[in-house]
Write a protein that binds this ligand. Structure first.
Ligand code: AMP
Length: 285
């Protein structure tokens, strides 16, 4: 695996590959890699000729400085895992390399109503930061296909829109959420949970399965209300637990109109004893 820390080295390497006719697959990450990330690498390997992974903990997408400070970093282990999975190139830039002119936004992205609901309502500025870094990375890597996880449901919709509004001409491939055996969605932030908190975190995916199993047994409001109360009783601050459906233009119908398909339950909740905020989602019909 090639490891590049500088943009120009990465661009030079990829321009040669492109001239050789190789189709490039790209998997952007913030590191602390787990099987969920590696499943994106595998999907990229199956569908393209050269797989680029980036590891960059992007400061501009963290609205909470403590969350940024505590973000897990396991770079040596990440490199071993990427090598074992057959990743061709790892891009590992510094903040200075990505933001040589400082962190202030260079442009504003018009993500429409998507930006102000759910994650957007609870993490002001988050999606502008995501847009900023993914735009920079896509301009550098210029992949044929971009691989992202459904785990970050709203992020996928935002990037879908970014690609459209900037006419970036890359295909977005959305891969399913990988879960631990007990149902907890794999997440780098799970590393911040002690064994008791890790066990408690399970209630998040349980709430989604509860909604899925009981969808026809009451109104959407009643069912989500029950799931929220259950989570609160188990020691969570619930930012949101809601039903959304995707509109043909890629926006979310929120709150979802009953009977719409596909319908997703989406949740963000802070496990109070660890103060770790986790997100998850599930298609329920
Ligand atoms: P992150 O490092 O958390 O920014 O995630 C990098 C990419 O991995 C994003 O596209 C995520 O949606 C994806 N991802 C994170 N967790 C999972 C998971 N459990 N299953 C599949 N993809 C995931």
């Amino acid at each position: 695996m090639y490891l590049f820390k500088r943009k120009d080295d990465l661009e030079r390497h990829l321009s040669i590959a492109r001239k050789e006719g190789k189709r490039i697959g790209f998997v952007p990450t913030m590191g602390a890699l787990h099987q969920g990330h590696l499943s994106l690498i595998s999907a990229a390997k199956e569908n393209t000729d050269l797989v680029v992974c980036s590891i960059f903990v992007n400061p501009t997408q963290f609205n909470d400085p403590a969350d940024f400070e505590k973000y897990p970093i396991t770079i040596d282990q990440d490199i071993l895992q990427l090598t074992a999975t057959g990743t061709d190139v790892l891009f590992l830039p510094s903040v200075q390399e990505m933001y040589p002119n400082g962190l202030a936004p260079e442009m504003h992205y018009d993500f429409g109503p998507l930006e102000t609901v759910l994650e957007g309502a609870h993490r002001p500025g988050h999606f502008q930061g995501v847009g900023q870094v993914v735009h920079k990375l896509l301009n550098l890597v210029r992949p044929d296909k971009l691989f992202m996880g459904q785990k970050d449901f709203q992020q996928c919709l935002i990037i879908n829109r970014l690609i459209k509004i900037l006419n970036l001409g890359v295909e977005l491939v959305i891969c399913p959420t990988l879960r631990e055996q007990d149902g907890l969605a794999m997440s780098s932030r799970n590393l911040r949970l002690n064994p008791t908190e890790r066990q408690n975190a399970l209630h998040i995916s349980r709430a989604l399965y509860y909604i899925k199993d009981n969808l026809t047994k009451g109104s959407l409001k009643e069912i989500t209300g029950d799931a929220i109360n259950e989570l609160k009783g188990k020691g969570f601050d619930v930012d949101y637990l809601d039903m959304v459906s995707i509109l043909p233009d890629g926006n979310v119908d929120f709150p979802a109109t009953p009977g719409k398909e596909p319908l997703f339950a989406v949740v963000a909740a802070r496990e109070i004893s660890s103060n770790v905020r986790l997100i998850d989602n599930m298609r329920v019909n």
